[in-house]
Design a protein around this ligand. Structure first.
Ligand code: 4NP
Length: 154
């Protein structure tokens, strides 16, 4: 199973989702390949936002070596599942889809939290304070726990 995490800049939310899932896949000895990308090209080649890297590190996840790249149509061929952080990402990714099979691969990551969850989108923490980064960590930690359980049951 190849899983791609997507946000806008690929420097805050999707690198964390990538780092969390990668670390849990390794911890549990699963075979999945995990990567991340942004729909925009603003930060291509750059490292994750320092505030996200620090928040992740404080929780035992090292995302410092990840580098931003832009989502491309070939990602539809290379990944089985494409998790987007918000509806704007969903729109930007699915407008590059070539067919229904491509579209079926794209899911809002917070949909994994199910009915108990009352927010659909991972808020963009870029222009906010530390509380926003902690909130993103909590949402993505819980979502990736559920993704891991699904991978184990595959
Ligand atoms: P991300 O956050 O999509 O979670 O990586 C953002 C990072 C940078 C910008 C926007 C969102 N930006 O406009 O530069």
């Amino acid at each position: 199973m190849n899983i791609l995490m997507v946000c806008l800049g690929n420097i805050c939310r999707s690198p964390l989702a990538d780092g969390l899932l990668r670390s849990k896949v390794k911890r549990d000895g699963l075979a999945a390949i995990v990567d991340s990308a942004g729909t925009a090209n603003y930060h291509v080649g750059g490292p994750p936002d320092e505030r996200m890297t620090e928040t992740a590190m404080n929780n035992g996840i090292d995302i410092s070596s990840l580098r931003a790249r832009q989502f491309e149509v070939s990602d539809y061929d290379n990944f089985d599942l494409i998790y987007v952080m918000d509806k704007s990402n969903y729109h930007n990714v699915t407008r590059l889809a070539r067919n229904d099979k491509d579209i079926d691969k794209v899911k809002l990551i917070l949909d994994e939290l199910g009915h108990s969850n009352n927010i659909q989108e991972v808020p963009d923490p870029y222009y906010g304070g530390q509380a926003g980064f902690d909130h993103v960590f909590d949402l993505l930690d819980r979502s990736t726990d559920i993704i891991i359980e699904k991978l184990k049951n595959d």
